[in-house]
Write a protein that binds this ligand. Structure first.
Ligand code: AQP
Length: 317
């Protein structure tokens, strides 16, 4: 089974990315053929700074390696280095309705925030469909927020195959094995996010230990004084328990202070080796770039063959 996962360099990777996507992907390298890409083109759908995008793309790749991605088993590459992604994007745009794209919840939400809206924000799910289809992926781990986009990819692939003849493998969405949603520690109603303004309540994978501890010790809880799972009544405490379990700790506490201390210890134990390995890898950015280049070389033949099939099917040269 070929499994595809993307990470957008829209900001610095955080604990939510680690527990929700990176660790499950790393665990799955034992059994699946995994393709992992840094989705730098997707980071251009909103206002962006070129130097920061370049830096975050390399940092994202470095952190994936630091967390345990094994490039001899998992193919790691940068999305923009494989032109087949955007070649197929255009061909798929010609098989997608304007209404289908405009209906996407993420487009509606992000475009309603005010300010200029890039056309690429509207067509983002079509590029995501191209990302998936170009590599003949069988499985795509998707959380709730990406379900609608995966469904669009499946619809477009099926429509294309029906109209122009069998061309694409139609992938299925699989539930990621990790934590569904790590919430922001200062606002447990919001998910921990890379691109949210400021970094209050977010634990960056490269944050210094003192900052990580402080963020956890200041986590918003409630006044009930009971350590138990109740996502609706006690979202802050539930989030702390989720993090603790995902980091290998177990909970048997009566006070919020003791719970927070245990979470801070468990998170630090999880992050310390990643931080150390990242520091080593960051000394040699050329090595990380060579891993990305090797990944690109490995995926090119399949990706180019898919585009060739699609071009022949629609009748272009
Ligand atoms: N808070 C989270 N809890 C659990 N999993 C999460 N993921 C993201 N946030 C959490 C998972 O990380 C993978 C990569 O995410 P992405 O790069 O596609 O970004 P995203 O899902 O849009 O969320 P981010 O990282 O917070 O970025 P922004 O702020 O740009 O939206 C995905 O598998 C995702 O589910």
């Amino acid at each position: 089974m070929k499994r595809l996962t993307g990470f957008q360099p829209t900001g610095r990777l955080h604990l939510g990315n680690l527990l929700g996507a990176m660790l499950p992907m790393i665990a799955a390298q034992e059994t699946n053929e995994s393709l992992v890409f840094v989705a730098d083109l997707h980071a251009m759908t909103m206002d962006h700074d070129p130097a920061r995008l370049r830096e975050l793309t390399l940092e994202t790749a470095t952190l994936l390696l630091a967390a345990g991605l094994d490039p001899s088993r998992t193919t790691l590459f940068a999305q923009s280095s494989v032109p087949a992604h955007y070649e197929l994007h255009y061909l798929l745009e010609c098989a997608t309705g304007y209404g289908e794209a405009a209906r996407m919840i993420q487009f509606k939400e992000k475009s309603a925030r005010g300010g200029p809206v890039r056309l690429s924000l509207l067509t983002y799910p079509v590029l995501m469909a191209a990302d998936i289809l170009v590599h003949d992926s069988d499985e795509v781990p998707v959380g709730d927020d990406q379900n609608q986009h995966l469904e669009l990819a499946r619809t477009v692939a099926e429509r294309f195959n029906k109209r122009y003849g069998p061309t694409f493998r139609v992938p299925v969405g699989v539930l990621p094995a990790g934590v569904a949603r790590v919430m922001n520690l200062a606002d447990p109603a919001a998910k921990m996010s890379k691109s949210a303004a400021g970094d209050v309540g977010r634990i960056g994978l490269l944050d210094p230990p003192a900052k990580v501890r402080k963020t956890i010790m200041r986590a918003v809880t409630d006044t009930l004084g009971e350590v138990r799972r109740d996502p609706v009544g006690q979202p802050g405490v539930t989030n702390l328990l989720t993090i603790l379990e995902a980091c290998g700790g177990s909970a048997d506490f009566t006070s919020y202070g003791a719970l927070k201390t245990a979470v801070a210890d468990a998170v630090e134990e999880m992050l310390a080796p990643i931080r150390a390995r990242h520091a080593e890898l960051a000394k040699d950015p050329g090595h990380v770039r060579s891993v990305l280049d090797a990944g690109r070389e490995r995926v090119l033949p399949t990706a180019e063959a898919t585009v060739r099939r699609a071009k022949e099917a629609v009748g272009v040269y």
